[in-house]
Design a protein. Structure first.
Ligand SMILES: NC(=O)c1ccc[n+]([C@@H]2O[C@H](COP(=O)([O-])OP(=O)(O)OC[C@H]3O[C@@H](n4cnc5c(N)ncnc54)[C@H](O)[C@@H]3O)[C@@H](O)[C@H]2O)c1
Length: 438
């Protein structure tokens, strides 16, 4: 039976993408979109641009592109803006990041130079390894939030945007647990006025976005919008949100492999992961407090997928370790090693070694694109609060309180596509179709 179709407002007019953190990921994303728009590159890795979706029965042979099936904003309708603690425009920042080749950056120099970061809301104690001059000054955190809301409003007006979406591509902040100030909107607003030390800069951006009715995605592992106060605000304002921490290199590999081991009932006794990384993200993550934030999202993945409580013999003794080492010569071209100790029939041990020579920002850029387009779609479809169907893109997917996150990438993909089918009134696909027996 097909579901009734959700009313989705058309994607008319310009969509403004606001990005706190104009670093490697953000500039690779913006430069990539500009290159694709000019026919000078392919949006590889992006579901919204490249993937199809099967509809109806297998015999119907209906597999349109996702972009033709749901009304998404087109690349030509995107406008970019953002904030950073450095004054470099996106062309300079992309040149420093050394992700894309200079001749490609030169081909889109003009739009990149036009992206000049607005003054950031920043506190050194939240990101210890960096400091920059392009920072707002205000009497308290509420005033800083109001300045961000003014930025959002004037960006929208100046660029004639019909809608906006914000995505945090800023540095990973130090590890913080939610405290009393995060538990309700009233407490958070009171805390902003009193400049409560527990309110992180990323939370001030998220607050400003949601207050302005702008959907918000969190690409870093910081707590940011994953607190009752901001989730209440998102529901109250009817704004969709999602997070956290883009699922790229090593964790992407884990969520590919671990479901396979479990599907075949193979045991795992150890998973040792280490990385060398030489970009600014690597430098920030060398600070133990920032790494602690990252470590939490990286470690939780295996436990949820393998379910040691259901399969104690196979996974209860799994030793899992994740390390990141800052190694400048590598730049953005990270190397991730995994040694996986598995066991099979009669507990016989085996080993798997992975050496993934990946490029962090190349893997992250299409995720940024998909997230902003899907969040904008969700907003036009009237969806609010946490968008669990976007878990596919995150290392630490946000969930409703009390629910465990789904990490298995294949279940996540099914969830994402079924959400799109549901939105458009198509049958959900359960893979329970007719089978033939001889
Ligand atoms: N594959 C990936 O690259 C990947 C995967 C998952 C998560 N992430 C996360 O995405 C984020 C961006 O990664 P990146 O490689 O682009 O890092 P980057 O260091 O190149 O860029 C981050 C930028 O954020 C700026 N910044 C820091 N605090 C800010 C603030 N309060 N306001 C405005 N700007 C601020 C920094 O000055 C810097 O320019 C990091 O948190 C990283 O952990 C990246």
């Amino acid at each position: 039976m097909s579901a009734s179709r959700t009313t989705v407002a058309p994607a008319e007019g310009k969509l403004g993408i606001l990005i706190p953190g104009i670093g490697a990921v953000a500039t690779t994303f913006v430069a990539g979109v500009e290159l694709v728009k000019r026919g000078m590159g392919q949006p590889v890795g992006s579901l919204t641009q490249m993937a199809t979706i099967r509809l109806g029965k297998r015999t119907e042979n209906r597999s349109p592109y996702i972009r033709d099936f749901v009304p998404l904003a087109g690349l030509n309708d995107l406008v970019f803006g953002g904030w950073d603690i450095y004054e470099d425009n996106a062309y300079q920042a992309a040149t420093n990041a050394r992700v894309l080749e200079q001749h490609q950056l030169d081909a889109v120099r003009e739009p990149l130079q036009a992206l000049r970061p607005m003054k950031a809301v920043f506190e050194q104690q939240y990101v210890k390894r960096i400091n920059g001059p392009n920072v707002k000054k205000g009497a308290n955190k509420r005033e800083l939030a109001e300045m961000l809301m003014d930025d959002i409003k004037s960006f929208k007006e100046k660029n004639g945007c019909a809608r906006l979406a914000m995505i945090w591509c800023g540095s990973t902040e130090v590890h913080r647990k939610a405290t009393a100030v995060h538990q309700s909107l009233a407490a958070l607003e009171d805390g902003l006025a009193k400049s409560d030390v527990d309110i992180a800069p990323s939370q001030i951006y998220a607050y400003a976005a949601l207050k302005s009715g702008v959907p918000f995605a969190n690409g870093a592992p910081n707590l940011t919008n994953d607190i009752p106060a901001l989730l209440d605000l998102a529901r109250e304002r009817h704004v969709p949100v999602c997070g956290k921490d883009f699922k790229t290199g090593q964790t992407f590999m884990k969520t590919l492999l671990a479901p396979g081991f479990k599907a075949r009932m193979l045991g795992v006794s150890g998973w040792f992961s280490t990385n060398i990384l030489g970009n600014r993200d690597g430098e920030v993550l060398e600070d133990p407090d920032s790494f602690k934030t990252k470590e939490e999202t990286k470690l939780s993945v295996l436990d949820q997928i393998l379910q040691p409580q259901l399969y104690p013999h196979l996974y209860k003794d799994l030793y899992h370790s994740v390390k990141i080492n800052y190694y400048p010569p590598r730049g953005d071209a990270k190397e991730g090693w995994d040694n996986i100790d598995i066991f099979g029939w009669l507990n016989y041990p085996m080993q798997i070694k992975i050496d993934f020579l990946c490029r962090d920002s190349i893997l992250a850029a299409p995720i940024v694109l998909d997230l902003v387009l899907f969040l904008d779609l969700a907003a036009r479809a009237g969806q609010r609060g946490i968008q669990e169907w976007l878990s596919f893109y995150f290392k630490g997917p946000m969930t409703a309180p009390g629910l465990y996150p789904e990490h298995d990438i294949f279940i996540q993909l099914m969830k994402l596509k079924n959400r799109l089918r549901h939105m458009m009134g198509e049958e959900l696909i359960t893979h329970l179709g007719l089978e033939y027996y001889d």
